[in-house]
Design a protein around this ligand. Structure first.
Ligand code: NAD
Length: 330
């Protein structure tokens, strides 16, 4: 099985090396096509996304991607956003679930967030009117709203989930978020077994902090989804634990929710859990459920002993020590 691996920037190589070793320890023979994109690649080749990345993605259709640095406020647009748009990876799916005994603000969280991944304020339609005035246009379409909302409801039915929360700010953005909400109401008519919760995004932020167990599946727009999923990652113990997939009709790119963590790059202290969980989602996607389940169990067991925690979780394990502990269990 060929899978594209984009090693990315910052801690990307450290955490993706860890994943490759752990998957190899299950006995699964994956032919990783290791390619690179991002700022490190740009500095050495003059290209942010070299041709071999596109070729590999288009051939294999499944990829694991380590985080990529994006300059803030200036410079090139995000490689991540570019790939999502180019390959129409419209569904960003982010499961948030406690792991082991990792200290968390909330225990027993089990929510899956569906974030529209191709439009909204991430469409990048921005304009400089003059030095002191800038605008950013939020684009919402029926087609793109419908497919992400359907994906969330289909997931709920398939996974025996009871509720879907539709999160908007439709009271203020009556056109854009209003359309998203209208479409959700229409789609929901076809899913009679699912309870629909309509929640405004500001209230949602508060409700998630106060009482997250009232939610099951969440579907929302691009920016809200980005922010709420980081917030939820914080509730289960931090960004080092949350994984995601960018899913289109015929391609899927799996990744951690966190960024390239330049502050800890090269120190062998990054926590590989988030990208490892993304790799487990990837294994399930390619039908390797048994291996995904073995890794998930081993990870849960390792993270049930605080002596195994990495630095971000308050422990002192190095990336490679943590990796070896999972491999020992496998
Ligand atoms: P970040 O997620 O990289 O880091 C935030 C904090 O969390 C840092 O203190 C970091 O050390 C810590 N952290 C993150 N991942 C960790 C891990 N696996 N183990 C231990 N600690 C971890 O967010 P940022 O600093 O805002 O962004 C850095 C860069 O990453 C930016 O250029 C940003 O654009 C990019 N980014 C990329 C992606 C992606 O590729 N999908 C996602 C988010 C941010």
């Amino acid at each position: 099985m060929n899978i594209t691996l984009i090693q990315g920037d910052g801690i990307g190589k450290e955490i993706s090396d860890s994943v490759m070793k752990i998957i190899a320890a299950t006995g699964l023979d994956i032919n990783w096509e290791v390619v690179n994109a991002g700022i490190t690649t740009f500095e050495s080749t003059g290209e942010l996304i070299p041709d071999n990345v596109y070729k590999s993605l288009e051939k294999n259709k499944v990829a694991l991607k380590a985080p990529i640095t994006t300059p803030i406020g200036k410079g090139f647009r995000s490689v991540n956003v570019h790939l999502r748009k180019k390959y129409d990876l419209y569904a960003n799916i982010r499961p948030i679930k406690n792991i082991g005994t990792v200290p968390a603000i909330h225990q027993n969280m089990d929510i899956v967030l569906f974030r529209e991944n191709t439009e909204g304020l991430y469409a990048g339609i921005e304009e400089r009117i003059n030095d002191d005035e800038r605008i950013s246009i939020k684009k919402v379409t029926r087609k793109n709203s419908e497919r992400i909302i359907k994906a969330a409801f289909d997931y709920a039915v398939k996974n025996n989930r009871k509720k879907v929360a539709v999160v908007t700010k439709a009271n203020i953005m009556k056109e854009t978020d209003g359309l998203f909400l209208d479409v959700a109401r229409e789609v929901a008519k076809n899913y009679k077994s699912i309870e629909v919760q309509e929640v405004l995004v500001d209230n949602m932020a508060m409700q998630l902090v106060m009482n997250p167990s009232q939610f099951d599946v969440i579907v929302t727009g691009n920016l809200y989804g980005d922010i709420l999923s980081d917030l939820m990652a914080g509730l289960i113990g931090g960004l080092g634990l949350a994984s995601s997939v960018n899913m289109g009709e015929d391609m899927a790119i799996f990744e951690a929710v966190h960024g390239s963590a330049p502050d800890i790059a090269g120190k062998n202290i990054a926590n590989p859990t988030a990208i490892l969980k993304a790799a487990c989602m990837m294994l399930e996607h390619i039908g390797k459920n048994k291996e995904a389940s073995r890794i998930t169990k081993a990870l849960d067991k390792v993270l049930s002993d605080k002596n195994n925690y990495t630095v971000d979780l308050g422990g002192n394990n190095k990336t490679d020590e943590f990796t070896d502990k999972i491999i020992d269990l496998l």
